[in-house]
Structure formats: structure tokens, C-alpha cells
Ligand binder design. Structure first.
Ligand code: SIN
Ligand code: FE2
Length: 204
């Protein structure tokens, strides 16, 4: 199910390469399509009013959102519907890599089309930093960059390919991270190309 054999340390974050086989990736994509059907992807705006290049939606009790009012978690999609439940396929991944942790309350889904990227940031809108953030990458490879807990520090880069899992926990929980670019069309998982990243978080 989840293969944790290919383990790499990335500045304290743990990367599991090829953790999900093709069948597991396809099953996950089907579950994510159902989430998107109920709670459509939308293009969020930063608090400064810039449209982000990734499109987002979420599952769980809370979804992370951003708009002119700032970064925060909300119990509803900006269009008004409740977020769908986090599917068992994602919860199984969480349990496999973070067995001691509380269960996630948010699975944030980011879709990267051609040219999309995400600037360096910390995940710090959650209440309990003792709980990890677990990321799942599907589709086209993304060039992930990770540094330390200070802005402007040294960073390292690594391609996250389809089926990779990444755990931001312990000393790396508040590490700066981002995605510089994707290698559009590098994976056959999503017929129209693009990259999906799901990050699961304990919010409260
Ligand atoms: C994120 O930090 O929210 C996304 C990271 C990724 O796309 O790998
Ligand atoms: Fe993040």
C-alpha cells in the first residue's frame, strides 16, 4: 500500500520517493476528482490581491483559504459549501507516515497547471506545531525547495515525482518551502497534465 523504503532526509523533512504505486495513485486521483466535483478548484488571491498561479480546494473539517482578509482556515469553501470529508485513501497515508500524530483536519489540494509555482513560505496557520504536515505529490514532477526556519537561509531543491510523500515534522515543521516549477507533461497520471499536491494538516 504505502512503501516507505526510499527515504531521504531533506533538511530534517523526510521524503519518501515512489511511496505510492500506480494503482494507489490512480485510486487517489479518483477520490480527489470526487472532492473537486463537490468543492471546485478556485484561484485564490493573496492578502495583497495577487491571484495565485495554483488552484486550490480542500477536504476536511477546515480548508485553508486566502483572500484580501488574509490567510486562515475556514469551515466552508469560498462558494459556500462545506468541505467534503477527507477520503480514507488519504487518511491511510497519514497513518502510515505519522502513526503517532492526531488525525488531519484539513487536506489542502493544490493544482499546478503549466507555469504554476508556489513561493517560499512557512505553514504556520495551524495551532499545534507538534503535529506534522504530510504532503502527497501526484502527476507531473515539481521542483520542491526547502530551507530552514529563517527566511533567506540556505535552501536545497529536490524533484517531487508522482507518488512521493513528504513529512514536514519535528525541526522541519516550520521550514520555509515552495515549488519553483513543474515539469509539465512529465507524468502520464493526469491525462491533461499538471501536478496535484495534497497537504494534510492538523489545524486546531
Ligand atoms: C504547499 O506548500 O502548500 C505545497 C507544496 C507542494 O506543492 O509540494
Ligand atoms: Fe506549504
Amino acid at each position: 500500500m504505502v512503501n516507505l523504503a526510499q527515504k531521504i532526509d531533506l533538511n530534517g523533512a523526510v521524503l519518501y520517493g515512489e511511496a505510492l504505486d500506480r494503482a494507489a495513485q490512480e485510486a487517489l486521483v479518483a477520490d480527489l476528482r470526487e472532492i473537486v466535483r463537490q468543492a471546485p478548484l478556485y484561484a485564490p488571491e493573496t492578502p495583497r490581491g495577487q491571484k495565485m498561479s495554483v488552484r486550490m480546494t480542500a477536504a476536511g473539517q477546515f480548508g485553508w483559504v486566502t483572500d484580501r482578509r488574509g490567510y486562515r482556515y475556514e469551515a466552508r469553501h469560498p462558494a459556500g459549501m462545506a468541505w467534503p470529508a477527507i477520503p480514507e485513501s488519504l487518511l491511510g497515508i497519514w497513518r502510515a507516515v505519522a502513526p503517532e500524530a492526531r488525525l488531519p483536519e484539513c487536506a489542502l489540494l493544490n493544482f499546478y497547471g503549466e507555469g504554476a509555482r508556489m513561493g517560499l513560505h512557512q505553514d504556520k496557520d495551524e495551532a499545534d506545531f507538534s503535529q506534522p504536515v504530510v504532503s502527497v505529490s501526484l502527476g507531473d514532477a515539481g521542483l520542491f525547495r526547502i530551507g530552514g526556519t529563517e527566511r533567506g537561509g540556505k535552501t536545497a531543491s529536490h524533484w517531487l515525482s508522482s507518488g512521493a510523500l513528504l513529512v514536514l515534522g519535528g525541526t522541519a515543521r516550520l521550514a520555509y518551502h515552495g515549488v519553483d516549477k513543474i515539469r509539465f507533461g512529465s507524468s502520464s497520471l493526469l491525462p491533461a497534465g499538471g501536478r496535484i499536491n495534497v497537504t494534510m494538516r492538523v489545524v486546531s
